[in-house]
Design a protein around this ligand. Structure first.
Ligand SMILES: Cc1cc2nc3c(=O)[nH]c(=O)nc-3n(C[C@H](O)[C@H](O)[C@H](O)COP(=O)(O)OP(=O)(O)OC[C@H]3O[C@@H](n4cnc5c(N)ncnc54)[C@H](O)[C@@H]3O)c2cc1C
Ligand code: SF4
Ligand code: SF4
Length: 346
């Protein structure tokens, strides 16, 4: 198997885990990542430990990046795209185009592989120009913005004035389960992510009042039931989704919603609103799939994980919403499929 090479497009946790599983079986890997560094979305997440580990999985990303970078069988090309991929005589012939980095000029790298893995991941839903005033009201932030804020030394502050928030709201299912957008899927990760983030905020500042607006809470995932049970003791849960947010003259955010128990609409003010933005497919996924002979996407995601006969495979959230643990499991399964594919070819 030592003469085999695989090209992986995308250096998130899915692409990196596939690369490591293959390299450990002595299959050479070229991994191409369009960003300046590998790791994808998972390396932007913060640790949610509240005294003890809450198994969010974020640190698995850092470990995987370090292991992939150190493995001699993996060539990592950052700030790089596969400019050309051609399938001929049972092999993929490609040209990688790497942008200039630091003191190194731009370059193109030709290569050849027996299989290609598409691990291009997802795009977080962008709520700009939609209800809730994201981009217009500074104290309306997304879950990914909050991840960055949680990493900051001074703790989470209101972007508008730098003050610690007194009343925070999380709004679930933003950009997911929304027929008006044609996004019927549940993004899977954002209930657990919101609860862990909310619990961490509360752990750091017990006086912060947190309300979480939800449709229902998806409780799948490792050990999530216990996180949910603890969250119910610390956070107010409201089973309703506010239609919009309005900024008051004092710069606070007014949310109104219909609560069945209150028999009418309820209105309250908050000073930080976190939108649990879900996963959406990457816009270029159909073109990438077409160039590799993969079936076209269904609702934007590539549900089939490989091309019939040829060596093109799909891994991770390019296939549909999944969290870190499921992406890792999917990548390991796919690595085995590739090994079997090479063995089948003799
Ligand atoms: C706010 C937030 C919180 C989350 N919290 C959790 C959590 O607590 N626990 C959990 O399990 N999961 C969580 N997740 C989900 C987790 O981030 C994903 O499961 C994981 O990142 C999926 O990895 P991936 O490799 O499939 O995709 P990605 O992370 O999207 O990686 C794909 C990579 O491919 C690159 N790429 C794309 N197109 C190309 C191309 N054409 N050429 C080259 N490179 C390309 C991208 O730049 C990116 O680096 C969270 C996500 C968000 C947004
Ligand atoms: S799994 Fe999450 S909570 Fe646990 S140590 Fe890792 S990053 Fe922190
Ligand atoms: S995981 Fe929760 S917040 Fe995310 S889309 Fe599904 S139900 Fe909505």
């Amino acid at each position: 198997m030592t003469d085999q090479r695989v090209l992986i497009i995308g250096g998130g946790i899915g692409g990196l885990t596939t690369a490591l599983a293959l390299a450990r079986r002595r299959i050479q890997v070229d991994l191409v990542e369009q960003a300046a560094a590998v790791g994808g979305h998972a390396v932007r997440l913060s640790c949610k430990a509240t005294g003890s580990c809450v198994k969010c999985g974020a640190c698995l990303a850092d470990q995987t990046v370090a292991a992939a970078a150190a493995h001699p069988g993996i060539r990592l090309f950052t700030a790089c795209r596969a400019a050309e991929i051609r399938y001929a005589s049972g092999r993929y012939h490609y040209l990688l185009a790497q942008a200039p980095q630091h003191d190194r000029p731009a370059r193109t790298i030709p290569g050849e592989a027996g299989a290609v893995v598409l691990a291009s991941g997802f795009q977080p839903f962008d709520p700009s120009g939609k209800p809730y005033g994201y981009g217009r009201y500074p104290d309306v932030v997304t879950n990914l913005d909050l991840e960055g804020m949680l990493r900051e030394a001074g703790g989470v502050r209101r972007p508008s004035n730098g003050a610690a928030p007194e009343r925070a709201a999380f709004i679930q299912c933003v950009g997911s389960r929304d027929a008006s957008l044609g996004h019927l899927w549940c993004s899977g990760f954002c209930c657990a992510a919101a609860l862990r983030a909310a619990r961490l905020l509360k752990h750091r500042r017990p006086e912060l009042a947190i309300t979480l607006f939800y449709i229902d809470i998806q409780t799948f995932g490792r050990d999530f039931e216990s996180v949910y049970a603890q969250a119910r003791a610390e956070i107010r849960f409201v089973r309703a989704i506010p239609a919009d947010a309005f900024q008051t003259e004092e710069g606070r955010l007014r949310l109104s919603w219909v609560e069945t128990s209150a028999q009418g609409s309820v209105e309250e003010e908050f000073d930080l609103v976190v939108l649990s933005a879900g996963m959406t497919p990457r816009p270029e996924i159909a073109a990438l799939a077409g160039s590799l002979g993969l079936s076209p996407p269904t609702a934007g995601f590539l549900t089939a994980n490989r091309s019939p006969g040829e060596g093109a495979f799909v891994v991770g959230t390019a296939r549909g919403p999944m969290g870190i643990a499921d992406t890792i499991a999917d990548a390991r399964r796919t690595a085995w499929d590739i090994i079997r594919f090479f063995e089948g070819r003799g």
